[in-house]
Design a protein around this ligand. Sequence first.
Ligand SMILES: [Mn+2]
Length: 418
Amino acid sequence: MITFIHTADIHLDSPFKGIKQLDPQLFEEIYQSTFASFHELISRAIAAAVDFFLISGDIYDEENQSVKAQAFLREELGRLDQAGIPVFLSHGNHDFLGREALKLQLPDNVTIFEKEVATAYLTTKQGEKVAITGFSYPSRWVEERMILEYPQRDMTADYHIGMLHGYLEGLHSSEGVYAPFSLGELNMKNYDYWALGHIHKRQTLQLAPPVVYCGNTQGRNPNETEEKGAYLVTLQRKMEPLLQFMPTAPIVWEKAEVSLAGCVSLNDVFERIDDILAHYQTRRASILLSVVFRDTQDLHPDVIAKMEDGDLLDGVPQQFGKPFCYLYSLKIAVDTEKELFPFDQVMKDSFSKSWTETAADDVFYQRLDQFFQHAVIRTKFAELRKDETFKAEVLEAAKTRLVQAIAFEEDSVEDSED
Ligand SMILES: [Mn+2]
């Protein structure tokens, strides 16, 4: 039997630039969250006395890793070293190899994969031999099918694990299409576990053998909702694999959709908000909450005006306890994708596919190249390009416009038939 931690996409030192306007104390807590989540994860690994610890890429948020983030990683992996837990680490598209002169030496328990696919071995305390195959990104863009370089299962090992930071083809996700692979390609290797990274939404693609995106350890923008953490994995011959998700993120982004049916006055809405906040206050972690109201047909127009100009949000008493629940956005629902092409599944799929492609980093930033070259943007807002919240907001605004434009066309067709 072997036990290990599978983590990825830690994005240490994420800047959270889009939310700097928040209360400074709150911002500081959010800023520390990528570090805090990883610290907690290391403590859990030590408590569980795992055989080893896997990090499948994107340890740092930036190619230019801050000294602070590196010193932190060295310290935390040193705690695993003290506990006799080996670490296997690969770099992803956000923290690719390079800049050797700016690297801090990691402790002796750490094996870093290089740019060529390679297999490392360890023997656990129970004497079982484990083979671990992986590679690191030598640059931001790795578009090759790196999976083709992975060897077949090593039959001399008791367990063989693949670490791969890449994109499962066919997945509708906004991350870029790096090191693509198919489930069939993974299965052909006959490994016992695939420890994937790159996609930030946690998902188990297959149970036997497990093929798992563990998700990131801390949500970094409003679109990275849900509990975040890592997997504690137990593999045993002839037994079903056991995957235990361990939530470690101190702060969780959430989106709530709330019906205001029957609400007329400001007081009605305020009570509804109280209920929502009370609901989230029972949670393990602190919450950054955005609320979208639907069924607003009964609301008095004056109340709608108070929502739209931000006065209502300003007036909500915020909770700064530990854990806190902070309401950062209140909006009224606009037509969403769900209502798009209600009778036309092909159009719906086509829209959704184009949208995913447009939202991929490489395409998105290519489209905005001219904008970023503008003198004012270049000089005064140079950091905007690295701002995930900015990207999320541009996409959201674009989608709203598109939906409105398309809905209008559909209406006008109907009108012409009348
Ligand atoms: Mn990542």
